[in-house]
Design a binder for this molecule. Structure first.
Ligand code: NAD
Length: 297
């Protein structure tokens, strides 16, 4: 494939991923509604385009890293969007949108002769910077094989299926577990602190025991106990992922009673802490009710 690619959405995840592509020798044509995000890329040699359509008129392969399904739909198919570009042949969506949106967008793009590839990612901002993300690719196998060297710049590439949306289903299953681990670990640690335990000691024990998970190993020690709350994943986006997972599980006829409780807690976090708060701040809901803070003694 050509070493010239487009990148739309240069946020917490998109910026470090786009920078890795530049460092790997790809020539990027970029667009974001926030000019300061574009400047971070042009400073490293990327070309700025005036719109999503302009990106798609300059290159045949366009990557998207955007917040929500409605925004992905608008950028892909709306006025001034990717589908109105003259050169684009492949759109790779790195965002988390859910399978139904991915299928719908893929069908609308196919009608214009453009192939959609799902490629949601997991591993957070740190993984995006280090190139250690899990990359969940779904699309025509030959095309995915052709794209693999480029996607490998982001981390470990897993081909999960040919049908549009299969990568998204994989990602929602992963994020349900991540959201559950954060919520449940917050409850467990606040319970321990209220009862007199040190949260750092608690994490050490949990991480040597059977409760070990991504929150006990990483998020609670690095972001909660330090009171930094700077994991880099917004509460509103995590709430979106849990909501999408439950909607799609319900449509698939799969009961999810644990997930329903997890969604209720993330809904409260979104409401009370705000969609832009860091997802690790969810612990504050439980701290407030318990009247303690998770800090080292
Ligand atoms: P973000 O909000 O930091 O970045 C999104 C970027 O899209 C912003 O720079 C914004 O200006 C830009 N944007 C919004 N509307 C646009 C439009 N119409 N045209 C062009 N650009 C537009 O979000 P993020 O945390 O980088 O997440 C991006 C996607 O990746 C989301 O779907 C999220 O669920 C997923 N994700 C995030 C993480 C994480 O840890 N942050 C991890 C894995 C997956």
């Amino acid at each position: 494939m050509s070493k010239q690619v487009g990148f739309i959405g240069l946020g917490r995840m998109g910026e470090p991923m786009a920078l890795r592509l530049v460092a790997a020798g790809y020539e990027l044509v970029v667009y974001d509604v926030r000019p300061e995000s574009v400047a971070a890329l042009t400073a490293k040699g990327a070309l700025a385009a005036a719109s999503s359509a302009a990106v798609a008129s300059a290159v045949d392969t366009v990557l998207l890293s955007l917040p929500t399904p409605p925004i992905v739909r608008e950028v892909a198919l709306g006025a001034g969007g990717v589908a109105s570009g003259s050169k684009v042949k492949t759109v790779i969506d790195l965002s988390t949108t859910g399978a139904s949106a991915a299928r719908e967008i893929a069908a609308a793009l196919a009608a214009k002769g453009i192939t959609a590839v799902d490629s949601p990612v997991s591993g957070g901002v740190a993984g995006a910077v280090a190139g250690t993300l899990a990359v969940m690719v779904a699309g025509p196998r030959a095309l995915c094989t052709e794209l693999e060297p480029m996607l490998a710049v982001f981390g470990k590439v897993f081909f999960v299926g040919e049908r549009p949306g299969m990568g998204q289903t994989m990602k929602l299953a992963n994020n349900l577990l991540s959201a559950t681990a954060m919520a449940a670990t917050a409850e467990a640690v606040v319970f321990g602190v209220k009862s007199g335990l040190d949260p750092s000691v608690m994490c050490d024990v949990i991480n040597a025991g059977s409760g070990r998970n991504t929150a006990s190993m990483d998020k609670v020690p690095r972001q909660v106990i330090t009171r930094k709350f700077a994991q880099g994943f917004a509460t509103g986006l995590m709430y979106k992922d849990v909501r999408l997972c439950l909607e799609e599980a319900e449509a698939a006829g799969v009961p999810m009673s644990v997930a329903a409780g997890v969604r209720a807690l993330w809904a409260r976090a979104n409401e009370e802490l705000g969609a832009d708060s860091d997802m690790t701040a969810i612990v504050q809901l439980i701290e407030r009710a318990a009247g303690v803070e998770v800090k080292s003694k």
